[in-house]
Design a protein around this ligand. Structure first.
Ligand SMILES: Nc1ncnc2c1ncn2[C@@H]1O[C@H](COP(=O)(O)OP(=O)(O)O)[C@@H](O)[C@H]1O
Ligand SMILES: [Mg+2]
Length: 574
């Protein structure tokens, strides 16, 4: 995290310098006050009162200017630091593998990106401003106190260890609680995200009360932890105040006694000493605050570092150049298990190849591993054993960017963003002409329904595409994939919500318009895939059969079963 502060080292140096100036001005004040009392008021020297008074006002003004400059520089440093850190963290989060995001959870990532960064940012601010201020205040205060009288310094020397003990005690108690508070905040964010995203399900099952209860519990837990921290801290200030006041009483007694017995201490000295004592102890209290912010920020910094230092699981290869082939895919003895459940193989010894321009369909029961299989091609996950090759080269040898540039994928769950339909489609090709977008939508059979909307292509899509039907979302996702320049098109059950006629039309124009693109199409209905060049039947993670529709009807029992069951259901398999 130091590297983020390094960039602002000049500001981090300037701010404390001005702070030293401000504190110096604060420290001179009581001394001048002592002069006014001893030499002005007690000796009725009016002109001295005026001149010292003017000097005091000037020091206040200069101190104020220093203070403002310090504040500006400290803010520039802290805001810049927070901004850089947040950007890097976001970029890292975008590059995390699915395995890592699943493990940390979205809620926690949101807390880390927002609240945790703010905590660390506050610490930088505190360090740059407060740390210097209070160290100088403390050391300078002791020095000035000593100048008033060594006896006063001795009183402070007795009180300080007590204060140190109090501060250490409370900080030790609260430090571990800060990590707990942040975790509780994760919990709240997690529930909020799930419930808001799944609001329709919550309402449909009339589970508002239940979800409210879950939220209340999480909220109560956060409150309890926060209360524990704050209660502990609430004890700290009064305890320190007691010590402060004891020291003040001691100064008054010693000062009063010495003045009375004609010793070296004047009433002005005693007055100044009380102010210095207050300054010293306030310095310590602020230090305690800084330590508190520090331990809070330490908990946050650890959580941020955990994300920043996540190892890159899916790492870049070196291959960037164009390949000789365009769009072949080959699986060689591929086995795959999800990270964390290595003993449960989802795919086992899969081998097949698809050549350029070919359409391969994949069919199989739900949970047989179809989605997992295609996710290995753009390296959403890496194979456990074996190799996946694109254009004859292992996918791990490509840079992720050059590999993913070759592939357009329509995921099983259509994800849209809250912008217009046009922007959602254009997302895959920033500089696309309006005609290209329309063409892609036409192939995806989306143009008709888009044009029938009141704002056409500029109709806004609400969050996650909630304002569209399932079939409409699927078709916009398909248009988005088609618009992208690609060699391989993967469609994961992406036409399941379309009627048979629309689906058939869609596949037909896809074949006509993009004959050279290799297509891997997952579907549940035989009608969707019977015209594919070859069909792969996946059974419980293994390739059960591969061939044309006619071949499979003859050779594959599983395929025949699926075919017959769909015939019985009255589905049109023609
Ligand atoms: N992210 C994941 N982590 C762990 N297991 C998963 C994950 N995604 C899917 N699975 C498991 O992998 C198996 C195959 O899932 P999937 O490939 O989605 O099947 P299909 O697409 O054929 O319905 C299922 O048993 C599922 O529970
Ligand atoms: Mg699937």
């Amino acid at each position: 995290m130091l590297k983020y502060i390094k960039k602002y080292w000049i500001l981090c140096l300037l701010a404390p310098l001005f702070m030293v100036g401000e504190v110096a001005m604060d420290l001179i004040q009581p001394d001048m006050m002592a002069d006014i009392v001893d030499k002005g008021v007690l000796l009725s020297n009016f002109s001295l009162i005026v001149t010292v008074g003017i000097r005091m006002i000037l020091t206040v003004i200069i101190g104020g200017i220093f203070g403002i400059l310090c504040g500006v520089f400290a803010n520039l440093a802290a805001q810049g630091f927070g901004n850089d850190l947040r950007k890097d963290l976001f970029s890292k989060i975008m590059n995390l593998s699915f395995e890592q995001t699943d493990k940390i959870s979205t809620g926690s990532l949101v807390t880390r990106l927002t609240n945790d960064v703010t905590q660390v940012q506050n610490m930088v601010m505190m360090l740059v401003r407060g740390f210097v201020r209070n160290t100088v205040m403390f050391a300078g205060g002791i020095f000035m106190l000593y100048r008033q009288s060594p006896k006063f310094a001795l009183i402070a020397a007795c009180g300080l260890p007590l204060v140190a003990i109090i501060v250490t005690f409370f900080l030790k108690k609260t430090a571990p609680l800060f990590a707990v508070v942040q975790r509780k905040l994760d919990g709240i964010n997690h529930i909020m995200q799930e419930t808001v995203a799944g609001a329709r399900v919550v309402k449909a099952y009339v589970k508002e009360e239940y979800e409210l209860g879950r939220f209340d519990n999480a909220n109560d837990e956060l409150c309890t932890e926060n209360l524990r921290v704050q209660t502990l801290l609430a004890f700290m200030s009064p305890c320190m105040n007691i010590v402060l006041n004891l020291c003040v009483v001691a100064v008054i007694i010693v000062g009063g006694y010495t003045v009375k017995t004609g010793g070296s201490i004047t009433p002005g000295n005693t007055m100044a000493a009380i102010t210095y004592l207050a300054q010293i102890l306030h310095g310590i209290m602020f230090m305690a605050n800084i330590f508190q912010t520090f331990s809070r920020a330490k908990a946050s910094a650890d959580r941020i570092n955990e994300v920043l230092h996540c190892p890159d699981i899916i790492t870049d290869g070196k291959m960037k150049d164009k390949t000789e082939q365009n769009g072949s895919v080959e699986f060689r003895n591929v086995s795959f298990a999800y990270p964390g459940s290595e003993d449960h193989k989802i795919l086992e010894n899969i081998s097949f190849s698809v050549h350029q321009g070919e359409t391969l369909a994949i069919i199989g029961a739900t949970g047989s591993g179809k989605s997992s299989l295609v996710h290995l091609i753009p390296r959403f996950y890496d194979v456990t054993d074996g190799e996946v090759l694109v254009d004859g080269i292992n996918v791990k040898d490509y840079t992720l960017e050059s590999l993913r540039e070759k592939i357009a994928i329509v995921l099983q769950k259509a994800e849209l963003y809250s912008r217009s339909i046009e922007e959602n489609i254009r997302w895959s090709k920033k500089d696309a002409e309006p005609e290209e977008i329309k063409k892609a939508a036409q192939i995806a059979r989306a143009d008709d329904f888009i044009c029938s909307k009141s704002y056409g292509y500029y109709t806004p899509v609400t969050e996650r595409g909630n304002s569209l039907s399932g079939g409409q979302k699927q078709r916009i996702s398909i248009a988005r994939a088609i618009l992208k320049e690609h060699e391989i098109l993967i469609m994961d059950d992406s036409t399941s919500a379309l009627d048979l006629k629309t689906e058939a039309d869609l596949y037909q124009s896809l074949g006509e318009e993009h004959p050279n693109v290799t297509k891997i199409i997952i579907a549940q209905r035989i009608s969707s895939i019977r015209r594919a060049d070859r069909i792969l039947v996946l059974d419980n993670g293994t390739v059960s059969a591969i061939g044309t529709h006619a071949e499979l009807l003859e050779q594959s029992e599983i395929y025949r079963d699926i075919y017959n069951s769909q015939l019985k259901e009255g589905g049109n398999t023609k």
